[in-house]
Design a protein around this ligand. Structure first.
Ligand code: ATP
Length: 255
């Protein structure tokens, strides 16, 4: 579980995060949504320890980050898996090389242990025939699977995904969303996903944090977001007339 308590982050005189308090549970897909520039990436970078908030605290399973020793921070980093926007695979390495990379960097495992683990995670993301291919030889959806396999190869407690669906067609995006959700539940990971994708919000938003101008404007589940009367949320989520009509029909059907 990750608990965020009143974090503030500024760049120079510009106050970006203005006191955000929330928590993200284990075994759940937690989504961060909000307009461009609302502070989602800055927030995610604070969770990753890449930015230090000037005020407030972030704790990982009860341990406050700013109070950790350097060694505890290093250990925490190894418990974090990251799926970057655009996959961020190493082009010069095969699929298998990409997946083994964190094991080679951070563990003392033997070649056969690394091979077993790489085989296991590649199978888990349903990639069995791509071990020796290069990223340029596989589709965007397959690249995402490799990125997910690499992110979970170290058995992380926390998984952060930045726009995991960017560049994917809607059908592949749903497959990737479902894969992230299954893995999150199966391995009891605290997963936090930064997204613009409303399909993801509806499909896997077990907890949704809506940021606006650096503040928490709303939080709740995908079921609650359908029913909320909060105008800031409805304006954002149901920005198209089609979505507004669908929501109206849904509410009328339920009444
Ligand atoms: N390193 C930085 N230095 C100065 N300003 C920054 C830095 N990183 C982000 N910002 C500013 O913080 C604000 C929020 O940016 P952020 O990238 O978090 O938005 P976002 O909600 O993730 O947007 P998008 O959905 O477009 O990715 C923006 O005004 C941005 O210019």
């Amino acid at each position: 579980m990750i608990e965020v308590n009143d974090i503030h982050k500024s760049f120079g005189d510009t106050h970006i995060l203005k006191g955000v308090t929330t928590s993200f549970s284990k075994g759940k897909t937690n989504l961060i949504i909000g307009q461009s520039g609302s502070g989602k990436t800055v927030f995610l970078k604070c969770l990753l320890g890449l930015f230090t908030p000037e005020q407030g605290s972030i704790s990982y399973d009860g341990k406050i980050y700013s109070e950790m020793t350097d060694e505890e921070k290093r250990n925490l980093r190894q418990e974090i898996g990251m799926v970057f926007q655009g996959s961020a695979l190493f082009d010069s390495m095969t699929v298998e090389g990409n997946v083994k990379f964190p094991l080679e960097m951070f563990t003392k495992q033997s070649q056969s242990e690394m091979q077993d683990r790489a085989d296991f995670v590649l199978k888990r993301v349903n990639l069995v025939d791509a071990h020796h291919k290069y990223p340029s030889e596989i589709s965007g959806g397959m690249q995402k699977r490799v990125a997910i396999a690499r992110a979970i190869v170290m058995n992380p407690k926390y998984l952060f995904c930045d726009e995991p669906n960017s560049g994917l067609d809607p059908k592949t995006a749903i497959v990737i969303d479902n894969l992230i959700q299954e893995i999150t539940e199966e391995y009891d990971i605290t997963t936090v996903i930064n997204t613009h994708d409303m399909n993801s919000v509806m499909e896997i938003g077990k907890k949704i944090l809506f940021l606006k101008d650096g503040l928490k404007a709303w939080e709740g589940t995908n079921k609650e977001i359908f029913k909320t009367e909060n105008e800031t949320v409805t304006d954002f989520v149901y920005s198209s007339d089609l979505f507004k009509k669908v929501r109206q029909m849904y509410i009328e059907e339920r009444n």
